[in-house]
Design a protein around this ligand. Structure first.
Ligand code: ZN
Length: 656
């Protein structure tokens, strides 16, 4: 029996929560702002604040170690910005300061958006430039065209051009009126922010508290702006993924690094969930020799046997498996030195090792696979929502307690994925209307994101069953994993009793993988129907203390529901692929979305996906810790924030 106190909070509308400093902002805006050329900084998070001091700045705490150089590296991504920071913080050279000012245009994207959300909460990137709502910055109605020109175009001298681009707005536009900073004037830092596409989130609405705080009146008809087509979300809403063609969003972000040599970037066949390739555009030929049937692949320039052949065509990613298979294929193909294979050399792959999509078109396994793809594709999400209103997200952070998860290069899984989940939770609650339910809690941390690169192990993490489960021995790992889906299923059934459409619920588990060290990027696992049964249970004394397990130990679903689950999950995973790619986050180079795990000859779906009854379920592997660069990346708060933002944007897309 599940207890009645599910942590389902009612949340404020996103425009209220948007800045995360609503109360402070309101208190601040309620003060008379006339004549205030140096308004108070707006607190953001982690001791940071955003301020208008001629320029737009993010103020960050002066670090204990590393001085301005460390600030430059952490917040701007480049130590070479030290000079610029010294210029804006002359007193910091002698450490006579508690905080450091960073101009918004130098900031890494996540911090830039943090500052903009606090300073220009009603502004947004639009097709053609930047839309500013007059008088809504901390300067209030004291704002001038020169201010706007300095902030957005980099110089007060551009005020004249700015005014002529907004003919009709008058010398002093009305408070809340929309003015456009055309793309031709816009600083690169703002130009790089993706233009949201299509209607997605509700634009800010008048609401309680806004009347006195300076609500924007309806758009001023006197302004001769081009008619705005579809409403675009405010800046502080979840950023929508930009179109896949054209420049990627925020391309200057130093977070992702291009795939190393020999590791091709996602190409045509890395299409979502690996849609049919074997027929038609297959790069494979087929034949047989003394050892049986094989597929033949001719290596291209720059390709390596283990990644371009083994990983790509067999789906194996485990280091030992990949190396073992590569050695085996080399032997069968007559390759003596795997490091000196001539371009075009035919490599033989045993037919039984191939992923089904790479089999010959007349192979029954291929036909079965293609048929399943078609069935799965028939199920798509029918619940549409603006700003995720009505959506419930169940978040699961992998590992914790006694279990660190994968550990490589001084980084381990549990603390880092927990931090990503906290960032997703925070983003969803601040910027959307979604309800968030959690499976795991580290009581010592709560759900506050940690802006540090060295995190402590989450030794105290518990599963939020009744009572809480905390792992006491290694033998309990299975119980720990099972209680995650038991709890999730009980959340789901509870929501069903509330009458919530199954399409409105999403389950996401966040992990970091340990794979062949050549591989980089994120992967998305979805529950493959073929790897699941229609009935499953937990049983035994280990589960007896937990109300969620004793109340209902067994679950039953129909085959059709399992196929639907794969279809919905695939649709979300595709949105994730696009969102990650459009933000420059690396994806696994071959088939980033998979409906099962492959390790040697074994295939399965991870337990949290296999046994959940939430129809839309995705497990994200945010990086490969066995790759040194990936491990270093997940240690940076900026990467963890970028993953969280990409996830939220994908979810918004899935529901729009
Ligand atoms: Zn894991």
């Amino acid at each position: 029996m599940v207890s009645g106190n599910l942590p389902m909070q009612t949340t404020a509308p996103p425009w209220l929560r948007a800045s995360g400093t609503f109360l402070l902002l309101c208190a601040f805006l309620a003060l008379p702002t006339f004549g205030t050329r140096n308004p108070k900084p707006v607190p953001t998070r982690e001791g940071r604040s955003a301020a208008v001091e001629a320029l737009l700045f993010l103020r960050v705490p002066y670090p204990k170690k590393g001085g301005l150089k460390a600030v430059a590296a952490k917040y701007t991504g480049q130590e070479s910005n030290l000079r610029a920071l010294e210029k804006h913080n002359p007193q910091a050279r002698k450490k006579r300061t508690a905080s450091v000012r960073i101009p918004v245009e130098l900031l890494l994207p996540a911090y830039r958006l943090e500052a903009l959300a606090a300073l220009l909460p009603q502004d947004k990137r639009v097709a053609g430039g930047w839309e500013h709502r007059w008088g809504t910055s901390p300067l209030g109605e004291d704002e001038t065209w020169e201010d706007l020109a300095l902030w957005m175009a980099g110089s007060r001298a551009k005020a004249t051009s700015l005014r002529s681009a907004n003919r009709g707005a008058g010398r002093t536009p009305k408070k809340g009126a929309a003015v456009l900073v055309p793309e031709t004037l816009l600083l690169k830092a703002y130009e790089e922010i993706a233009v949201p596409k299509g209607p997605r989130a509700t634009p800010p609405k008048a609401g309680p508290g806004q009347g006195t705080a300076g609500a924007p009146p309806p758009a001023d008809p006197a302004i001769q702006n081009p008619p705005r087509e579809a409403p675009t979300p405010p800046l502080v809403g979840p950023p929508a993924p930009p179109p896949l063609v054209g420049p990627p969003a925020l391309p200057q972000t130093p977070i992702p690094e291009p795939a190393g040599p020999g590791l091709p970037t996602p190409s045509g066949e890395a299409s979502p969930a690996g849609l049919p390739q074997a027929s038609g555009g297959s790069p494979l030929e087929y034949g047989s020799d003394a050892r049986g049937r094989y597929a033949l692949y001719r290596l291209q320039a720059g390709e390596a046997l283990y990644s371009a052949v083994v990983v790509r065509f067999t789906g194996n990613v485990d280091a030992d498996e990949v190396n073992g298979l590569a050695a085996d294929y080399a032997l069968r193909s007559g390759i003596e030195d795997v490091h000196a294979i001539p371009v075009g050399y035919p490599v033989k792959i045993p037919i039984e090792d191939l992923l089904p999509q790479f089999l010959p078109a007349d192979d029954p396994r291929f036909s079965a696979w293609a048929k399943k793809q078609e069935e799965v594709g028939r199920f798509t999400n029918t619940y549409k929502s603006s700003a995720l209103e009505g959506v419930v997200v169940v978040l699961d952070a992998g590992h914790g307690g006694l279990d660190r998860g994968a550990m490589k290069h001084g980084v381990w899984e549990d603390s880092y994925v927990y931090d990503i989940v906290c960032r997703i939770r925070e983003g969803l609650e601040r910027r959307t209307k979604a309800r968030v339910l959690m499976t795991v809690l580290e009581p010592g941390l709560g759900y506050k994101p940690q802006d540090k690169s060295k995190l402590a192990p989450n030794k105290g993490a518990v599963i939020l069953t009744h009572p809480w489960f905390s792992q006491k021995s290694r033998e309990e790992t299975k119980v720990e994993v099972n209680l995650r889906w038991v709890l999730t299923n009980q959340y789901y059934l509870r929501l069903q009793k509330e009458g919530i459409d199954p399409h409105r619920v999403v389950f996401t588990s966040v992990h970091a993988d340990s794979l062949h060290p050549s591989l980089r990027g994120s992967m998305f696992y979805i529950p493959g129907d073929d790897y699941r049964s229609e009935r499953w249970c937990v049983s035994g004394p280990a589960y007896e203390p937990y109300a969620e397990a004793t109340g209902q130990p067994c679950y039953e679903v129909t085959r059709k529901e399992l196929v639907r689950s794969e279809g919905l999950s695939l649709q979300l995973a595709r949105a994730l692929e696009k969102s990650f790619a459009s933000r420059g986050l690396l994806l696994h180079p071959y088939i980033p979305t998979r409906n099962h795990v492959v390790r040697g000859k074994r295939s399965w779906v991870p337990a949290v996906l296999r046994n959940t009854i939430v129809p839309c379920a995705v497990l994200i592997e945010v990086c490969n810790l066995a790759n040194k660069k990936d491990a270093a990346l997940v240690a940076t708060p900026a990467y963890r924030q970028a993953v969280a933002d990409a996830y939220i944007a994908a979810l918004v897309k899935y529901y729009s």
